[in-house]
Design a binder for this molecule. Structure first.
Ligand SMILES: Nc1nc2c(ncn2[C@@H]2O[C@H](COP(=O)(O)OP(=O)(O)OP(=O)(O)O)[C@@H](O)[C@H]2O)c(=O)[nH]1
Length: 382
């Protein structure tokens, strides 16, 4: 899950480590050789031109004076006195006291690469920018104890940045169900073909596992075959299904589901709705009527992680047409990019509540932002 994005975040860590390694005296020992052209690594593109090599040597000697292990202080002191920028001197001093400083110029290229990587991964532009801002803020200027390696510093910055956008609006779904008056009504919106019906069936199983009974109500009276499709799930799971003829009123079906739940002490009504209507006005009218008639406790938007940017755009559109309370992202198991998972909450202000992780009824898990961030940063291998 999200392996492509995971690799790209790891590339950023390596990028920053490589850039800041230039300040590391161990790495800079070689720098004067580069400048004098004696380095055997002639294939290095930097070696082809004297200018970049000299620049690299300047940067290198700037970091060198502070190296506690450096046994040629005279040479490095001379370099520091020899027209070094204050920031370089500052870095050197910081190194001498066991600290590192990361500066804007160190991050410029890695941050650019990170931005490109996020956009390639279908992370929405404003979300990518928010992530970059937090990473920049967390990493820049501050002096850090050297024991905190650059890798750890990057990890902390990415962790905070990702969590900030992913965790937007999170709430405890189980607690919400537990505390709500029964029956609880949950309405599902989203376009057809993304796994909405399967998700309703999965959620019914999830609820059963957590001690709640549920009834399914097919408010998708628009699409031919929708009744049969949801009935198949209901039969397999041994759940009651409420449905009307094709072309009937969705609000009336969900209302009947609610009445059934009240009469039979069922805890939760799971109401499907038609996906794509002709215009967002139609969609809004449908959901407004459902709102008026059954006053749902929650409206959940369902889309597939593999749709990337399209899923993010649809989430925004559905949320604008009729406010959603949260989202279910299906087919996360088949998604490498992770862009929708990272972007939807930030863009809509509503949390992702569940991830669909396969075709089985048990393949649904609560969306846990902290765990996802750990997975993306490699701390949680599951
Ligand atoms: N790999 C994977 N497949 C899924 C997941 N959720 C649903 N699917 C599959 O996606 C296909 C479409 O699912 P349906 O629930 O039939 O989706 P749908 O026809 O879009 O349902 P509606 O949205 O109600 O129209 C089915 O083959 C599902 O098994 C998931 O989380 N992972």
């Amino acid at each position: 899950m999200f392996d492509g994005l995971k690799d790209k975040l790891n590339d950023f860590r390596k990028d920053v480590e490589e850039t800041t390694d230039e300040q590391d005296p161990d790495a800079t020992d070689d720098a004067p050789d580069d400048a004098s052209g004696t380095d055997s690594d002639a294939a290095d593109p930097g070696a082809a031109s004297a200018e970049p090599a000299t620049e690299s040597a300047d940067r290198g000697t700037g970091g060198a004076p502070g190296d506690p292990d450096d046994d040629s202080p005279a040479e490095t002191d001379a370099a520091a006195d020899d027209g070094s920028e204050p920031s370089t001197l500052q870095r050197a001093k910081a190194f001498a006291t066991g600290r590192i400083i990361i500066e804007e110029e160190d991050l410029e290229d890695p941050l650019w690469n990170l931005e490109m990587a996020l956009l390639e991964s279908d992370v929405e532009m404003s979300v990518a920018e928010a992530i970059l801002d937090t990473v920049r803020e967390t990493m820049l200027g501050e002096t850090r104890k050297q024991v905190e390696t650059t890798g750890e510093l990057v990890e902390e910055a990415l962790h905070d940045a990702l969590l900030d956008v992913i965790a937007v609006g999170q709430f405890d779904f189980e607690e919400r169900i537990a505390n709500a008056d029964k029956p609880v009504t949950i309405v599902f919106t989203g376009v057809n073909g993304v796994g909405k019906t399967t998700s309703i069936a999965k959620l019914s199983e999830w609820l059963a596992d957590h001690g709640y009974s549920s009834v399914l109500a097919n408010g998708d009276t628009y699409r031919a075959g929708a009744n049969e499709q949801i009935r198949e799930h209901a039969d397999r799971l041994d759940r009651k299904i409420i449905s009307h003829e094709q072309g009937g009123d969705p609000a009336a079906v969900i209302y009947d589901g609610l009445e059934y739940a009240k009469a039979n002490d069922v805890d939760v009504v799971l109401g499907d709705t038609a996906g794509r209507l002709h215009t967002s006005d139609d969609l809004m009218a449908q959901l407004e009527k459902i709102d008026r008639v059954v006053d749902p406790d929650l409206t959940l938007f369902v889309d597939e992680a593999v749709a990337g940017q399209d899923a993010v755009t649809r989430a925004e559109q559905f949320n604008e047409a009729a406010a959603i309370d949260g989202a279910i992202l299906t087919k996360a198991d088949a998604d490498s990019s992770g862009g929708a998972a990272i972007s939807i909450a930030y863009v809509t202000g509503k949390p992702i509540l569940f991830l669909g992780t396969g075709q089985g009824y048990d393949d649904i898990e609560r969306f846990d932002p902290e765990r996802l961030v750990d997975q993306l940063l490699g701390a949680d291998e599951s």
